[in-house]
Write a protein that binds this ligand. Structure first.
Ligand code: ADP
Ligand code: MG
Length: 397
């Protein structure tokens, strides 16, 4: 796989960079700029080399048509702030007249952000020819392609995959850094190797659980997905998140863990409330006794202690998925405490998942205490599953 160093002199060359700038927005305010900040070093590097840097990215799911709610303009504003002293522009469209004009008029070392790729339905089309036609238009804007959107590498999409078939290409610094961090976990991790999973949907993470059961020493499960596990153990979960159709699969995981000696650790107590609200009245109940009219929204203090103990001697930790609804103060303690416990570990610690990374920042845990905070959720899970990422495979040749 080539890096930017292998691309020769880039002065005056048009470099199309696929970044992952899919950040959470409230109205037009970026509420977590982690992915924007992570994308900046590659842009700076290319700009310093005198390239014309054309950044392309998606935001949300605008359904294949221009929709001002999903405009990348707020991202552009933040990006421009992070690139002081450089000529940074926003093209009003993705591959149209605005994009062409921005590219034609930009100076060497300039940066242009194109509008949301997903305003064009061809970006995510399952039809190779449709995607190819869009990739042709993207490729026509540039001389070379740098793939730096780690969080989208698992997508076989025009700007990730097809465009790399059409231009000389390299992996950007973020993609290389992410791959290096994950290689420490994937190839022969130091043990004990502990994975902490949480987040909302167990169905998103079935594949990774299946693979991890063959690799880890301990698997700690919290967040919304733990209730499907508790249900599989025969407990009632009240109004908590439950994926009834996954109960059998999860029961299979519990049995397999017991057979293979993997410690599968579930919450022993749960923070419950009658409503999901900033001012909700909460109480802590045993995980086996969740009242029918209550919803489990965080792991309880005994669970925090239990998980801490299971993490204390770990040499490799991967964490994906918040332990509770950390966005609301009454349900943030479990996530904060587990993040803190992982941060304190002397070993390799990798955080994956957009919400988990946002939680680290929002809850005031020291970001630098982790070996790596990944910008990718789905992509990191697919790596952990041992799958080949299309956006990575295409860079190999
Ligand atoms: P990541 O982006 O880190 O991979 P997910 O997207 O899987 O994580 O899940 C994040 C979401 O899970 C958060 O918005 C959080 O509020 C939610 N969540 C965590 N615990 C619960 C719970 N007990 N009930 C409902 N939602 C939960
Ligand atoms: Mg998420």
């Amino acid at each position: 796989m080539k890096s930017i160093d292998d691309m020769g002199d880039l002065r005056g060359r048009r470099v199309l960079v696929r970044s992952d700038l899919n950040v959470p927005l409230e109205g037009t305010t970026v509420t977590d700029d982690g992915r924007i900040r992570a994308s900046v070093p590659t842009v700076v590097r290319l700009s310093d080399a005198g390239a014309k840097v054309i950044v392309t990215a998606h935001l949300g799911r605008p359904d294949g048509k221009a929709d001002p709610r999903y405009s990348l303009r707020p991202v552009y504003e933040r990006m421009a702030d992070l690139l002081p002293g450089r000529d940074v522009r926003f093209a009003g469209d993705t591959v149209g007249a605005g994009a062409r004009r921005a590219v034609e008029t930009m100076p060497d070392g300039g940066v242009a952000l194109l509008e949301n790729l997903r305003f064009d339905p061809r970006e995510t089309s399952k039809d190779d020819a449709e995607r190819g036609a869009f990739a042709d238009e993207l490729a026509a804007l540039a001389d070379v392609f740098v793939s730096d959107g780690f969080g989208v590498l698992h997508r076989k999409q025009a700007s990730v995959y097809d465009v790399a078939l059409r231009l000389p290409h390299a992996a950007g610094g973020l993609v290389l850094a992410e791959m290096e961090a994950f290689s420490k976990v994937l190839d022969d991790p130091e043990r004990p190797y502990v994975v902490v999973l949480g987040g909302s949907k167990v169905s998103d993470k079935l594949g990774v659980i299946d693979t991890l059961l063959g690799k880890v020493d301990r698997l700690l499960v919290g967040g919304g997905m733990c209730f499907t596990f508790l249900r599989a153990q025969g407990h009632e979960v009240g109004g908590s998140l439950l994926e009834e159709d996954q109960v059998d699969t999860v029961l299979g995981f519990i049995e397999r863990a017991a057979e293979t000696g993997v410690e599968l650790v579930l919450p022993v107590d749960v923070v419950v409330a009658a409503e999901v609200a900033e001012d909700a009245d909460t109480s802590v109940v045993p995980a086996s006794r969740i009242p029918a009219d209550m919803t489990g929204l965080d792991v309880g203090p005994e669970t925090v202690e239990l998980f801490r103990g299971k993490l204390a001697d770990a040499r490799t930790v991967v964490w994906n998925g918040p332990m509770g609804v950390f966005e609301l103060a009454p349900f943030a303690d479990g996530t904060r405490a587990i993040a803190q416990a992982i941060a304190e570990i002397d070993g390799t610690t990798v955080v994956g998942g957009g919400d988990s990374a946002a939680a680290v920042r929002q809850l005031g845990v020291d970001e630098t205490a982790f070996t790596h905070i990944s910008t990718g959720g789905g992509a990191s899970l697919e790596l952990l599953e041992g799958r080949t990422l299309p956006g990575l495979a295409v860079l190999e040749d």
